[in-house]
Design a protein around this ligand. Sequence first.
Ligand SMILES: Nc1ncnc2c1ncn2[C@@H]1O[C@H](COP(=O)(O)OP(=O)(O)OP(=O)(O)O)[C@@H](O)[C@H]1O
Ligand SMILES: [Mg+2]
Length: 318
Amino acid sequence: MSNLLEIEHLKKYFKSARGTVHAVDDVNLTIEEGKTVGLVGESGCGKSTLGRTIVHLQESTDGVIRFAGKDVTHLDKKQMLEFRKNAQIIFQDPYSSLDPRQTVQDIIQEPLRLLTDMGKAEIEKKSEELMDLVGIEKRLRMSYPHELDGGRRQRVGIARALALNPKFIVCDEPVSSLDVSIQAQILNLLMDLQDQLGLTYLFITHDMSVVRHISDYICVMYLGQMIEKTDKKSLFDKPLHPYTKALLSAIPTVDIDAQPERIQLKGEINSPIDPKPGCRFAKRCPYAQHCCHEPVPLTEVEPGHFVACHRVKEINQL
Ligand SMILES: Nc1ncnc2c1ncn2[C@@H]1O[C@H](COP(=O)(O)OP(=O)(O)OP(=O)(O)O)[C@@H](O)[C@H]1O
Ligand SMILES: [Mg+2]
């Protein structure tokens, strides 16, 4: 399988009164066509910034973004419209990302009206197909977002994202604001759509059970950097970075005997403002030593399993 998305040394910095926020700081990432990469990490680590930068909702500070083999790091207006058709984003809270004054039908048809030369009848037909595809009842087409439940609102958001037949979708916490029973329906819908349409996903979540359900590969972020990357099975069976171990130990399991000992993280979270070189997790890491103040590259520790930790071999007895 070929890579649909390739990101090299991507950076997104924000200037603030207190200094420069290194929200995304030298991230490398590839996503194979048709696969789902799950992106996890705690609040503020840069997940949304990475997703938004990839789909060009904001300009990158540095680095390269390649999409389907083409360099798309810098785009003029025309190229941007073309790129928009291929790369879409779905947000956590469909309520705030859907225009409250538009009907379901208007919302779904808007990208077709603005970005294609389809005629009225064709747009009608396509929007009906989209509603079918995501499971929204036709009788709801004149409803407004506030008249729908959370699950249906997210279905509308998904239909709108699919309108232009994209290849790639960033899903930014698309089920986090939904009831657990509805979460499963929406996750299953996203997986069915992937199979039917050959979609490629970057799936952002802070919920380890959600990421386990949906991902092929998983990336763990910490303060703007990737600290562990591998396939789903390796990540859950054999997490190697101390931070990933702590994240996984916090998932409750039904089987009390199988519950790993919960690792409590101590120490303050470093700030993403003007970070020092060295491992950004060191202050909270139970294994930190002097060497951890040195810069730490993401390294292939086992085949296909990348970790950024100076002490990874000792800690895991590799
Ligand atoms: N437009 C902005 N201007 C300044 N700082 C920003 C901006 N957007 C994000 N940040 C900062 O960048 C860092 C990363 O934020 P981001 O929203 O990407 O995190 P996240 O991992 O998506 O968090 P969450 O899980 O809470 O959604 C944070 O420190 C945030 O305050
Ligand atoms: Mg976010």
